[in-house]
Design a protein around this ligand. Structure first.
Ligand code: SF4
Ligand code: SF4
Length: 220
């Protein structure tokens, strides 16, 4: 009988649609999917990147090249003293680990759900700032060699805010980084409290800032 047990799996699939007409159709990707990056802007259009190079420093594939420059007093590009003058990502090297997103102090770099991009030459594979920076509507600038279906650039600035600093449940439901919204904001994930049926204990986004690290106690 043992030799036939494998057929149960096959027979169990009869009549079910288990394939999609890819690439015309794509399966929904998880919210935290790590796809092609974007460089975000604030709601007033200012760029979030301050040219600090932390993303380039942390990248294990060494595929980010950043050069910062001083903002001019009359026409600043970002709210800080400096901005990202040059920004490039080499997608022939990128492994989509998202360490650059974690490292960024201003949430300037995040990832979309777009993973269907194929290059015919090396030049296309190296994305420049002009290609990575979101447009005036906060949307990714779609390139001819990318296959976008639907709104795969929704919630691009959400990934990092959904992360609880230090893994502490005390941060659940709170914007863990800053109150600055930018484009693509979604409600924070509720995590452990919601799973435990205590979602009414989850604070809203409008609540005060997260507790200071020192207030979290030994289980932080
Ligand atoms: S996702 Fe990882 S490999 Fe790709 S640019 Fe960011 S840090 Fe580098
Ligand atoms: S994307 Fe973020 S980490 Fe990278 S240079 Fe700009 S501000 Fe710094």
């Amino acid at each position: 009988m043992g030799r036939f047990s494998g057929f149960k799996v096959t027979i169990g699939q009869v009549g079910k649609v288990v394939t999609t007409n890819y690439p015309e159709e794509k399966r929904p990707k998880p919210e935290r999917f790590h796809g092609r990056h974007v460089l975000n802007r604030y709601e007033d259009g200012m760029e979030k990147c301050i040219g600090c190079e932390l993303c380039a420093g942390v990248c294990p594939a060494k595929c980010i090249y950043v050069r910062g420059a001083d903002n001019s007093v009359d026409a600043p590009v970002s709210p800080g003293e400096r901005y990202g003058f040059v920004y490039e990502i080499n997608y022939l090297r990128c492994i989509h680990c998202d360490l650059c997103v974690e490292a960024c102090p201003t949430e300037a770099i995040t990832e979309t759900k777009l993973f269907e991009f194929s290059f015919a030459n090396r030049e296309d594979a190296i994305y420049t700032k002009a290609e990575l920076l979101v447009d005036d509507d906060g949307r990714a600038r779609r390139q001819p060699w990318e296959l976008w279906l639907g709104n795969e650039d929704d919630h691009t600035s959400a990934w990092m805010r959904a992360t609880s600093p230090g893994g502490s449940a005390a941060y659940e439901g709170r914007a863990g980084w800053s109150a600055e919204l930018g484009f693509g904001v979604r409600q924070p994930e509720q995590g452990q409290l919601a799973e435990a049926g205590q979602s009414d204990l989850v604070p809203s986004r409008a609540d005060d800032a997260p507790p200071h690290f020192d207030e979290l106690g030994p289980d932080r």
